[in-house]
Design a protein around this ligand. Structure first.
Ligand code: MG
Length: 325
């Protein structure tokens, strides 16, 4: 996520789709997976995702805010021609669960994960981020654990198989007390999701890939996965996603197809740009996902609002469809 508040963006994105779409008529590398797994002494084999069984691998999706009108949001996903979405929900209101379920049935859309953040302020940069994002900051940790558990119950009501969040700037130093506290918090929420029959997914961005793999292994539960945001690793200057997939590959259960540029100023994140205009090597990433027999969705994320967002999403969809074949 760039400077914008993620929750605000995602809420706006629904509005943007609505305003940008107009009438409905306007819509319409060489290494095998076995090699990888055997080479990965650092990585355990990730859990299977029963929700992928019988479904097309690399099916496209869109991340968007559900707001107070699940029907409207899911109609947008359908009208843009996506079979899946990731649903961001700011307010966990059980009343919305019934409406969301109805909309999903009506449009036959699969929600591949429920995305949560907050409560409280989150600042998407190098200075405010470590103080405000995810389960790392002590001040908001208990409230966020409670929020994620509430989201897990909501996801269960809707039949959504995974809950997803940013855990924050997980300390690189495993001896740091904050690292240990964060791992304990991650185990708490991942364990809760496990008891609800769900996977818990970490969205990449604020931490290095090896720090995330280390934390996952220290949590030690078999229902953990990664939502691999391809651009975030670049925006935060943490890794090239083509390299990161060698570490994260066995855990990847979701993808954010997003593009971006490296930071040019160490005080600011890099810039998010339309897919194909940034530093993410999509042909290599898609090729690698195929080699790894990745079965999940590829979810487009574009962090602007307004009609241009819809145009960029459409262009990204066409670009990825060609690559995926
Ligand atoms: Mg993302």
């Amino acid at each position: 996520m760039n400077k914008q508040n993620r929750r605000a963006f995602l809420q706006v994105s629904t509005v943007a789709l609505a305003s940008g779409l107009g009438p409905v008529a306007a819509l319409r590398g060489g290494v095998t997976a076995d090699d990888l797994v055997s080479n990965l002494s650092v990585a355990q084999v990730a859990p299977t995702v029963p929700a992928n069984e019988g479904k097309q691998p690399l099916r496209l999706g869109l991340i968007l805010g559900i707001g107070r009108d699940p029907h409207d949001a899911i109609a947008k996903v359908h009208d843009l021609g996506f079979p899946t979405c990731q649903a961001f929900l700011e307010e966990i209101d059980p009343v919305l669960a019934g409406r969301l379920r109805e909309a999903l049935n009506k449009y036959q859309i699969e929600v591949t994960s429920l995305v949560v953040g907050g409560p409280g302020r989150e600042v998407w940069d190098f200075y405010g981020g470590p103080l405000t994002i995810g389960l790392v900051p002590r001040e908001t940790r208990e409230a966020r654990i409670a929020h994620i558990k509430k989201a897990s119950d909501f996801a269960k009501q809707c039949g959504i198989a995974a809950v997803q969040t940013h855990c924050g700037f997980i300390p690189e130093n495993p001896n740091d007390p904050v690292y240990k506290e964060t791992v304990t918090a991650m185990r708490d929420v991942a364990g809760y999701c496990k008891r609800n029959g769900q996977n818990f997914r970490y969205e990449t961005g604020q931490e290095t890939p090896i720090a995330l793999v280390r934390a996952i292994q220290d949590v030690g539960l078999d229902n953990q996965g990664v939502n691999f945001d391809l651009a975030n690793l670049i925006l935060y200057g943490k890794a090239n996603p083509v390299d990161a997939i060698e570490l994260l590959g066995p855990y990847v259960q979701g993808i954010h197809a997003k593009d971006g540029l490296w930071p040019t100023n160490p005080k600011e994140l890099g810039q998010e740009v339309p897919i194909g205009k940034g530093k993410v090597d999509f042909p290599r990433i898609i090729g690698r996902l195929k080699e790894l027999n990745y079965r999940g969705a590829v979810t487009i994320e574009r962090e602007i609002s307004g009609p241009q967002q819809v145009e960029d999403v459409r262009a990204a969809k066409a670009y990825l469809e060609k690559l995926i074949g």
